[in-house]
Write a protein that binds this ligand. Structure first.
Ligand SMILES: Nc1ncnc2c1ncn2[C@@H]1O[C@H](COP(=O)(O)OP(=O)(O)OP(=O)(O)O)[C@@H](O)[C@H]1O
Ligand code: NI
Length: 312
């Protein structure tokens, strides 16, 4: 098993006038080639910022330490000219907001073709042929009619699928999808899920950021649960959904409608987060004296890991 992406001791902080937002606060994670990893966790836990770090697309107003290695090169220190050779070509991404991510004044076909023309093939008629194939692949048909359409004439689900097509057009090794099922109906969710499954079968490494647990369950090989900038649990998919270990992860599954919609009480308060103890202890039903000290990510015999003193 080859590790294609290796995140080590990653910290991404946003200094603001009155405090520092620790969006990512000490993440270590290795992603194997052809693996599908789902990153789940509540809003603001740092999922998107982690995804942006892997793309070398972090905003300028943050401070970053640690490393994100792709085939040995640290994406955090590579010069922009080198990053440009990787981004879009080797590591591509499907952004979070389909409506805002397409240029309204250019046809969808042109926009899907751009990464191909940029990275793969200069010949316009070959590019067009590949765009037609991609439209067929994402089931936007008939492709010959749709290739000249503008984004306004597409539904949210069609736009989302088009973004997937743009993401894979440059034939990347790694695809990062940020909330690919957000705001689209069940039919389109299934379509996006089916698309990503085909990519997975082709051996593309997938990093899926999602709130949608059933989506993660359908697709992922492993699941990483983030809370307040840290990974609380990282497990093989089936064992995670059969029995999550971390109290936050347990709470998350119990809050699903099919499990009776029991919400996790309390919410993350900024002041609770960074006193050196476990970030979740203010909402946890198992809190003990020890939780005043932040638990390490405790490795378990089956290769999974959980950040909780209960498992020490
Ligand atoms: N450019 C920025 N400037 C300042 N703070 C930021 C910036 N981008 C993100 N943050 C902060 O970093 C934290 C993590 O944000 P992030 O977008 O990664 O969360 P998320 O887990 O993706 O949430 P969601 O599920 O809502 O997309 C949040 O507190 C957010 O406000
Ligand atoms: Ni996000």
């Amino acid at each position: 098993m080859t590790t294609i992406l290796e995140v080590q001791q990653l910290h991404i902080h946003f200094p603001t006038s009155d405090r520092t937002v620790r969006a990512v606060d000490g993440i270590d994670i290795g992603i194997a080639r052809s693996e599908t990893l789902a990153v789940i966790g509540e809003s603001g836990s740092g999922k998107s910022v982690l995804g942006l770090a892997v793309l070398g697309l972090l905003p300028v107003n943050c401070t970053v330490t640690g490393s994100v290695r792709y085939r040995g090169a640290d994406l955090l220190t590579l010069p922009e000219s080198e990053l440009e050779k990787i981004r879009g070509r080797k590591i591509a991404w499907v952004p979070q907001n389909p409506a805002g991510s397409m240029n309204p004044s250019m046809t969808v076909g042109y926009q899907i073709g751009e990464p191909i023309a940029l990275h793969v093939e200069k010949n316009r008629s070959i590019v067009r042929k590949k765009v037609l194939e991609l439209l067929q692949f994402i089931r936007i048909t008939p492709p010959e009619e749709r290739i000249g359409s503008y984004p306004y004439s597409f539904s949210g689900g069609m736009l989302q699928r088009s973004l997937v097509a743009m993401g894979i057009a440059g034939l990347p090794e790694v695809l990062i999808a940020d909330e690919p099922t957000k705001g689209i109906d069940i039919i389109n969710r299934q379509a996006v899920s089916a698309l990503l499954r085909v990519l997975r079968e082709k051996g593309i490494t997938l990093l899926i950021i999602t709130h949608d647990l059933s989506f993660a369950q359908n697709l992922a090989d492993r699941v990483a649960v983030m809370y307040s900038g840290r990974i609380m649990e990282i497990r093989e998919r089936k064992s995670f959904f059969d029995g999550p270990l971390h109290p936050y992860a347990k709470g998350m599954l119990l809050s699903l409608p099919e499990n009776g919609l029991h919400p996790i009480s309390g919410k993350t308060r900024e002041s609770d987060k960074y006193d050196g103890g476990c970030r979740f202890r203010f909402r946890c039903t198992y809190t003990m004296e020890r939780c005043r000290a932040e638990p390490p990510l405790i490795a378990l015999p089956d290769g999974s890991a959980v950040r909780c003193w209960l498992y020490d």
